[in-house]
Design a protein around this ligand. Structure first.
Ligand code: ITT
Length: 206
């Protein structure tokens, strides 16, 4: 939803995940100009040392805000599986180790859930988005979507764990449903809906 002027027309996303950038750009629409860390040459790798999505989102947002004099957001997100006591959680990107890929993470998840059946395969995606400006966190926005982990991959769209996750109320995975549907009900879409409705856009420091 566009805001009355002045609006944050330019948002830098502190991420190296091109899939997140595509989704955020599509969800926020044409009222926002989106760039990512490729716009900051020589930007170092940021270590995600937090133990919560909120802490890691803040770490990523503040690192970019130290180098960029405008609105910055960072998305920290992941999958929580109930049968695994919330794992992989904040370790979703590195679930299968330092050299993890989306495919190796999915394979490990399937392996760990081999003996888990039916409703016990419940899970949710969570997303926390930190908004920063001039080296300060101004707000956090969060969203989640409930669902179930199926026993084999289905669909080719999306990224990460999308081909294993069937959102509540649907019969297909996020990878099968495609961006148009995923971006209306995902954890990221819900967090970004809060961001768009943040009441302080007009009064925040510029
Ligand atoms: P940045 O830190 O650079 O933003 P990242 O991929 O490392 O990129 P995270 O630390 O937030 O991002 O880890 C998120 C991981 O959780 C991501 O790599 C996926 O494995 C998973 N994930 C998050 N959102 C997802 C989504 O919408 N669909 C599928 N998997 C998702």
């Amino acid at each position: 939803m566009p805001h009355a002027d002045p609006i944050p027309t330019h948002l830098l996303i502190s991420t190296r995940n091109a899939h997140k950038v595509d989704e955020i750009r599509e969800i926020l629409g044409s009222d926002f100009i989106i760039s990512d860390l490729s716009a900051l040459s020589g930007f170092p790798e940021v270590e995600e040392t937090g133990s919560t999505f909120q802490e890691n989102a803040a770490i990523k947002a503040l690192a970019a805000s130290a180098r960029f004099d405008g609105w910055v957001i960072a998305d920290d997100s992941g999958l929580e599986v109930d049968a695994l006591n919330g794992a992989p959680g904040v370790r979703s990107a590195r679930f299968s180790g330092d050299y993890a890929t989306d495919a190796s993470n999915r394979a490990l998840l399937l392996e760990k859930l081999l003996s888990v059946r039916g409703k016990a395969r419940s899970a949710r995606f969570r997303c926390v988005i930190a908004l920063a400006r001039q080296g300060e966190i101004l707000a956090n926005f969060s969203g989640s979507v409930e669902g179930i982990i199926i026993p084999q991959e289905k669909g080719t769209g999306g990224f990460g764990y999308d081909s294993l996750f069937v959102p509540e109320g649907h019969c297909e995975t996020f990878a099968q449903l495609g961006a148009n549907i995923k971006n209306t009900l995902s954890h990221r879409a819900r967090a970004l809906a809060e961001l768009k409705n943040w009441p302080n856009w007009d009064t925040a420091p510029v």
